[in-house]
Design a protein around this ligand. Structure first.
Ligand SMILES: *Cc1c(COP(=O)(O)O)cnc(C)c1O
Length: 949
């Protein structure tokens, strides 16, 4: 690596380090290690054909050039996306702050209290605004949230509906088209029928089990759904409502008129448009449905000394545990964006949010009045921010479009010729004047310029919100920037992120998220673009998407790419949906079984079910590999019905199975497809790829392999790459005239974060990416070599090497000493480390993935820590330390305990908090002692108002 290259900054180890590490591992060269790790028959013969590497400086110029091709018109298109003002204090201290964007999903409670509180703020804001008692801490987007609502209501059908085989959801026709499209993709294979109609004409029927309406609806009209909801409930149907969260500051929230589920986007709570994503969807429901809730829920708990703290609740509902019986396949969601939306509510409070909402409404009311005066006819009797006009006879939509474009304004053009717009937080008097002028010029009339925003006529009593919201102290305390900045800082100090130390999470690939990759996200040309602008305004985005797609095809060896799925699990579902469409197209639509190895990630079976398949589990052998005999038998047995095999490669055990080509052949011989879970792609890039191996489709986790940050549990991007025969079935988008297997609200999913991966590939290029893969494998093998004689390594490949991650044996320790892998995980916190992956894929173990970004110093420090912990375990084993009062079972040791006046442990404070010298340099002070895992589940308290008393 040239020392001035980006790759030399991204990859943590130097040439000299490599020699030291190879000696420890016991191989002569890096190439020898790679040759002995990856089976020869799948090694690429040629280097990847990628454009030459850019330096950081070159990339910053290149991306600026691309950005400049995006034309920022003022968009009033609405339809689920609205301009918003991200408070600078949130942009700078959260969105652009690596503590927030590089942290992991808060599974390790004691080092995640900051983001848990932030997400709890989000849940509280959602519960308050919707008037529902329970909310989760985000879903992927509004449309997938709608699909989740359908699945959830289906599972919650009352007994008589189940008996009657009720499978119809009534959907009011005035719903956003993208929401309907994504629900349709999901419903069809599950045997659920969506029946469109007018809510006012809804007639219950035995086969209907649920209803979905939008509030305000897709036209912008606020309808009173009270009578409809009563009627639906009387008929045993649940009612889910897609609601605009901001409007709920002014109008009666669905929770007050009987909704069972309320969902939608929180984008306009300070998340930039980003050409459609990412932004956080919310999902709220009744307390009694909590076990069926998709996504993660933050709740209260207490630590072992009784201190109140936060914790992810009801985790046993999730796919990790429940697998094919899970409520949903959701894993990565939109934590960072939910955090931002929560902070937006904290910063503005009830008064601020109401102020923003009423300003929007008042401007809309003014424009309605003035535009009606010009001869147009606004059709929404009641509205919040969205107006729809019937044009006068002498005005055409085309005329308006031409005038609007000349003023750099995008409006919404309805199929029937109506024209409309949605007002937002950024609309001021000047902007409103321009809007008005467009309609006036088209009608050839004079118009009254707005100078001050008038007070509007209030909503009628039955629509107007009366109840208070955001009454908790947290929404009333931080309205100055100084207080807000310090609040954010106070929370981020409680969390371990990559800004503190290595996060060695197997399967999650917590690598560097380079600043040069992140910077372009703050460019207004990327931030402020509505997803439905005319194509010629988004040329920069289109080129970025095009270039990135080409690069991903090259890297995976496939013919087509879709960037639409918003997470790895969403990618799995999409890939399976594409396979289903393909099979139907060749008259094989009856194939309904998916073969999944027992070691698979929980999302695999959960996604298979979501795509309407049945799962068949295939055993693993003593080495952790797919049991070839069982695979052959299961394939043969299900030959006629087999749709696909889902396989992770290298395996979830981090091993390059030598039989992978044979496995693909066996599946293909049955007429089925091979789906490769690309979570472990970091071990493949440049050396082998799914296309070359013989798979038909794979998903990638850009937030693992391709340098996009984890965000504390999202945003993610889970593109799928497919072979030629599957290309025609890749997701399209109805709003772009290409309806097909839509899986996200936005045509390009989370387009706004694609510059990160694009930057990573541009700057690394062939040589850098290939070296990164080798370094990831080297680092894992180095750790294995250093830890094999103490803990022991569970699985190894044919030649005794591991891939890019390895599983540390802890079961014997537990047997001999009672110390569990969880105790080791908690003790690591005292040393300033986030735990490795716990008990996945093998119970009683830790899976470590160092990635290529860590330096040899950091690897050695981690090894020293692990070896010191090993000694601590030995002290328990040989009786030097008390079995019930030792540094492991009591870990982590929070600051308040270490400095407290009562120290009653039979070891010193120093041993608890400063067990080795290097900790002093970089001490992470933990805020809570070990958290009670059952309390928060026994009593779920999902908002800041919660109390155990
Ligand atoms: C992370 C992971 C997934 C799920 O990806 P998300 O982006 O979290 O949905 C699927 N399979 C494996 C093996 C993984 O490690």
């Amino acid at each position: 690596m040239k020392t001035d290259s980006f790759a030399s900054r991204h990859i943590g180890i130097s040439e000299e380090d490599i020699q030291v590490m190879l000696r420890k591992i016991g191989v002569a060269t890096l190439d020898e290690l790679i040759d002995k790790t990856i089976p020869a028959n799948i090694r690429l013969k040629e280097p990847l054909a990628l454009p030459p590497a850019m330096t950081e400086y070159e990339f910053s110029n290149h991306i600026a050039q691309l950005a400049s091709k995006n034309k920022l018109f003022t968009s009033y298109i609405g339809m689920g996306w609205y301009n918003t003002i991200t408070p600078a204090v949130i942009q700078r201290n959260v969105f652009e702050n690596p503590v927030w964007y590089t942290s992991y999903t808060p599974y390790q409670t004691e080092v995640s209290q900051g983001r848990l509180e932030a997400l709890m703020n989000f849940q509280t804001a959602v519960c308050d605004l919707t008037a529902m008692p329970l909310a989760n801490c985000s879903l992927l987007d509004e449309a997938t949230a709608a699909a989740e609502a359908v699945t959830m209501m289906y599972a919650l059908r009352p007994r008589d509906k189940q008996k009657a085989g009720a499978n119809v959801v009534f959907v009011d026709e005035n719903i956003f088209p993208q929401t309907l499209a994504v629900m349709t993709t999901r419903a069809i294979p599950q045997g659920i029928e969506l029946r469109m109609g007018k809510y006012a004409e809804f007639t219950p029927a035995p086969e209907v089990f649920a209803c979905i309406v939008q509030y305000p609806n897709a036209d912008g009209s606020i309808e009173d759904y009270r009578i409809f909801t009563e009627k639906a409930h009387e008929a045993g149907c649940k009612v889910a409502v897609a609601a605009d969260l901001l409007s709920l500051a002014m109008i009666v929230p669905p929770g007050e008129w009987g909704a069972d589920i309320v969902f939608g986007t929180t984008q306009r709570f300070g998340t930039p448009l980003f050409y459609g994503g990412p932004s956080a969807a919310y999902f709220a429901t009744r307390d009694e449905y909590k076990r069926n809730m998709p996504g993660r829920i933050i709740g209260w708990s207490k630590d072992k000394y009784g201190k109140l703290c936060y914790r992810m609740a009801l985790q046993t509902r999730e796919q990790h545990i429940k697998r094919e019986k899970a409520t949903s396949n959701i894993c990565t969601a939109q934590a960072l964006l939910a955090t931002m939306a929560g902070f937006y509510a904290v910063y503005h409070g009830q008064e601020g949010i109401t102020g923003i909402a009423s300003r929007i409404h008042n401007i809309s009311a003014f424009l309605e009045k003035e535009i009606n005066k010009l001869g147009y006819k606004q059709v929404n009797k009641y509205y919040f921010d969205t107006l729809r006009f019937i044009l006068p006879d002498n005005v055409s939509a085309q005329q308006i479009r031409t005038i609007a474009l000349s003023k750099e304004v995008n409006l919404r053009y309805f199929d029937n010729g109506d024209v409309g717009f949605s007002i937002d937080e950024t609309t001021d008097t000047a902007a409103a004047g321009i809007l008005l002028s467009i309609f006036a010029i088209a009608a050839e009339k004079d118009y009254q310029k707005m100078t001050v925003i008038p007070e509007s006529a209030a909503f009628p009593k039955e629509l107007k919100r009366q109840s208070a919201f955001l009454t908790h102290e947290v929404f009333n305390k931080y309205h100055t920037e100084t207080e807000m900045m310090r609040y954010i800082k106070r929370l981020d100090r409680k969390d371990i992120s990559l800004a503190h130390s290595m996060i060695p999470l197997g399967s999650c690939t917590m690598k560097l998220n380079a600043a040069a990759e992140m910077l372009p996200l703050s460019r207004p040309e990327f931030m402020c673009m509505h997803p439905l602008v005319p194509e010629d305004q988004a040329e920069g985005y289109r080129m970025l998407i095009e270039n990135l797609s080409e690069e991903l095809k090259t890297i995976t060896g496939f013919a087509g790419v879709s960037l639409q799925p918003n997470s790895g699990a969403a990618g799995e579902y999409t890939g399976l949906r594409v396979i289903r469409s393909y099979l139907e197209s060749i008259g094989q639509g009856h194939r309904n079984k998916i073969l999944i190895p027992a070691s698979a990630h929980g999302t695999n079976p959960a996604s298979a079910i979501q795509a309407g398949f049945v799962t068949v589990t295939c055993a693993c052998d003593g080495q952790g590999n797919v049991d070839m005999e069982d695979l052959r038998a299961k394939a043969e047995e299900n030959k006629e019905d087999l749709a696909a095999l889902m396989i992770t490669y290298p395996s979830t055990h981090g091993i390059f199975e030598t039989e992978i080509v044979e496995i693909c052949n066996i599946i293909h011989a049955c007429g089925a497809q091979v789906y490769m879970d690309g979570a472990n792609m970091n071990a493949q890039v440049g050396l082998t790829n799914p296309g070359f191996i013989g798979a038909d489709v794979c998903h990638l986790n850009l937030h693992k392999t391709f340098a996009s940050p984890h965000g504390g549990g999202g945003p993610g991007v889970g593109p799928i790459c497919v072979a030629e025969h599957l290309v025609p079935f890749l997701p399209g988008h109805g709003l772009f005239g290409n309806p097909m297997n839509e899986v996200s609200s936005a045509p390009y999913g989370s387009a706004g974060i694609l510059p990160i991966t694009y930057g990573y590939i541009c700057m690394m290029s062939t040589e850098g990416l290939t070296m990164a893969t080798k370094a990831a494998i080297l680092n894992a093998n180095y750790l294995a070599a250093c830890l094999k004689d103490t803990y022991g390594i569970v699985y190894r490949g044919a030649n005794g090497f591991v891939g890019h991650e390895m599983i540390l044996e802890c079961r014997k320790i537990h047997e001999e000493t009672g110390i569990s892998e969880n105790d080791i995980a908690k003790r690591l916190m005292d040393y300033g480390y986030h735990a490795p992956t716990l008990s996945f894929p093998v119970h009683g173990t830790l899976m470590i993935e160092p990635t290529e970004s860590e330096s040899l110093w950091e690897l050695d420090n981690f090894i020293t820590v692990m070896q010191t912990i090993w000694k601590e375990i030995q002290e328990v084993k040989n009786g030097e330390a008390d079995k019930d009062d030792n540094v492991l079972v009591n870990a982590p040791h929070p600051e308040y305990e270490v400095v407290g006046d009562n120290w009653e442990h039979c070891y010193t404070r120093e041993k608890a908090a400063y067990p080795i010298e290097s900790v002093r340099e970089n001490k992470f002070w933990i805020n809570v002692a070990r958290v009670d895992n059952t309390l928060g589940d026994r009593k779920l308290l999902p908002t800041r108002y919660g109390t155990f008393e």
